[in-house]
Write a protein that binds this ligand. Structure first.
Ligand SMILES: [Zn+2]
Ligand SMILES: [Zn+2]
Length: 134
């Protein structure tokens, strides 16, 4: 299965091939700030499954505790749409932003992370995996 997507202005388009590792909601502070929303919805896959056309701009997102680059947040420099986050550990894993898909009807999150940062009004269906740090 190949999914297609694009940014708001259309300068960036992509194909995402094959099966997903997971579909994950992320409630972390950085995803809320980058998206301007309450959480991000991410299609987790191998980097080799993703083909991007157009020039992405990259923000190196550093950890608050160790100052290391944990995620490269890549977005359209013209319209600002977040397209994909590339993880540094495990390397080669990408989180494609589900809101940029052309067809969002198949999106079905089963994992949620950083639940300790979940906004109090957010109510989602129960997930198979729900991660929080104490
Ligand atoms: Zn754009
Ligand atoms: Zn996040």
């Amino acid at each position: 299965m190949t999914r297609t997507g694009r940014c708001l202005c259309g300068d960036i388009t992509y194909d995402l091939d094959g099966d997903l590792i997971a579909t994950a909601v992320c409630h972390c502070d950085h995803c809320q700030r980058q998206s301007g929303g309450a959480f991000s919805v991410n299609l987790i896959a191998q980097e080799s499954q993703l083909t991007v056309r157009g020039e992405l701009t990259t923000f190196e997102d550093r950890g608050e505790l160790d100052d290391a680059v944990h995620v490269r947040r890549r977005f359209c420099g013209r319209c600002g749409s977040p397209i994909v986050s590339v993880l540094t550990a495990p390397a080669g894993i990408v989180a494609v932003k589900a809101g940029t898909l052309d067809d969002r009807s198949e999106v079905s999150p089963t994992v949620e992370a950083w639940c300790e940062h979940k906004q109090p009004w957010v109510q989602l269906p129960a997930m198979a995996v729900s991660l929080a740090r104490e």
